[in-house]
Design a protein around this ligand. Sequence first.
Ligand SMILES: C[S@@+](CC[C@H](N)C(=O)[O-])C[C@H]1O[C@@H](n2cnc3c(N)ncnc32)[C@H](O)[C@@H]1O
Ligand code: SF4
Ligand code: SF4
Length: 445
Amino acid sequence: MYYNEYLNLKSDLASGNKTFKDYEKSLHSLINRIIIDVQQKNIDGDVKKVIDIVNSVKNIEVPAPVKKRFDNILLNESEIAQRKTILNSKPRVLYCVVTSLCNIKCIMCQIIKQKWELPERAISEINDLMPYLEIVKWQGGEVFLYKHFEQLMDAAGKNNVSQEIVTNGLLLNERVINKLINYNVDLYISVDGLTKDIYESIRVGADFDLLINNLQLLKEIKSGFTDHVMNLGLNVLVMKKNIDQIEFYPEFAKKYGFKKLCVNAFGPDFISDENIFHYNKNKEFEIKIMQIKEKLLNKCKDLNIELFDCLPTFQQQESVIENSKKDEIENDEHQNKINNTDINDMKYKISEDKVMLCHIPWQKIFIDSDGTINPECFCDRHNPAGNIDKDKIADIWNGKIMQEYRTIIANESYHSRCSKNCVTGITHIKALKNIINPNLFWWYK
Ligand SMILES: C[S@@+](CC[C@H](N)C(=O)[O-])C[C@H]1O[C@@H](n2cnc3c(N)ncnc32)[C@H](O)[C@@H]1O
Ligand code: SF4
Ligand code: SF4
C-alpha cells in the first residue's frame, strides 16, 4: 500500500503533475504515516503487520537527512516485534544528565549532592548516536555549566535531533539563545517564585533581576526570528514558600512568551516542611491547592497557554495511596499465582497475550546524575545496566542487564525486577510505550 503510493508520487513528479515542492511535501507526509503506523502496530501487538510494513517500504527512497533515522526505526520496530534481546538497531531516545554541578543551591535539590560530570570520552560516543536519535533530553545540575555542552547541542542541532533542555535560565546569553532558537530546542526554565524575595529564598544564590533580564533577552531575540519552532516552557515546584504566588504564573508566562506551564508537586523523598504534599499537609493547603488548580485552568485557557498540572487533588492522592496498597496486595497474590502455576500454563498465557508492557529497553538510554545508565529513570537504580565512567554505551546497549530487561518483558516475568509503579499501572502506559516522534521532518521549514 505505502510502496504503491510512493510509486504514484514518483510518476506524478516525472509527468509534471506535481512540482518538486509538492512531491517533497507528500513524501514527508507518507514517511511520517509509515513510522506512526509501524510503531502503533507494535504498541497494539500486531506483530505480523509490523513485519509486513517493514518489508513493503524498504525500497522507498528516503531523503538523506533522515535516512539513517528512518532505517533505524524500521529495524528497531522489527526487532521489538521479534522480541530480539540483542539489537542491531541503535537507541532512539537519549536522556542525558551532563553534570550534577550547579551555579546555585536550591533548597530542595538532591542532584547537586553528587559531584559528577559526563566524561569527555563519552561525547564522541554520543555524537555517533546522533544520526539515529529521534529525541535527546539534556539535564543537570545546570547544563550550561558543563564545558562541552554547546558541542553536544551543536551535534544534535546539525543532525536535526529534537532537543529538550531543563535549565535555571541564569547562564543564558545572546550567543546561546541564538543557537537554542536555530536548533528549535524545547527549553524549560524553572522559576520557583515570582518576586525577588520568594525566588531567591528557594533558589539560593540566584539573582532574580538577572533571571528577568535573561527572560527579556530571550523574548527580544525570539521576536526577530519569524520561522522558528522553539517552544518555551515554565516550570514551577509548588511548596509552602510560594503557594500564594502560583495562581499568578499564567500572567508571568504570557508576559515572557512561555507557551507551556508545568506545575509540579514533590514526591515523598523530599523530607521538609516545604513539602506540603507529604509532610506539612493540612486542610488549609488542601483547599488552597484545589482553588489554585481551578484558577490555573481558567487563566491558561484564556491566555492560550498549555497547562501541565501535575498537582494531585487531595482526594485523588488518598485514592492513589489506597489503590497502590490494593495493587501491592494484588501484585503479591499475582506473584504467588505465578510461583504456583504450571510452566505450560505460563507458556499459554504468554502466547495468548502478545502486547508487551514496555518498549523502553529496546528504545531508550538514560544517563543519570552519577553516571549510571539504565533504560529509564523508573528502572532498578540499585542494579544499573552500566556506568558511563567505565563502560561504552554500545556495550551497555547489548550488555547483560539490557538483555535481561528485554527478556523479562518479552516473557512477562518482569515482576521481580521492574518498578511497582510500572507493573501496577500507576505509571502511565504512554510513558512505557508510545510513538516517539510522529514527525521526522519537524525541523523542515
Ligand atoms: C534538578 S533540576 C535540573 C535543571 C535545572 N538546574 C533547573 O533547575 O531547572 C530539574 C527540575 O527538577 C526540579 N527539582 C529540584 N529538586 C526537586 C525535588 N526534590 N523534587 C522534584 N523536583 C525537583 C527543579 O525545580 C527543576 O525544575
Ligand atoms: S538550579 Fe536545578 S540543579 Fe541547580 S540547585 Fe536548583 S534545582 Fe538543582
Ligand atoms: S517496565 Fe518500568 S522498570 Fe521495567 S523496563 Fe520498563 S520502564 Fe524500566
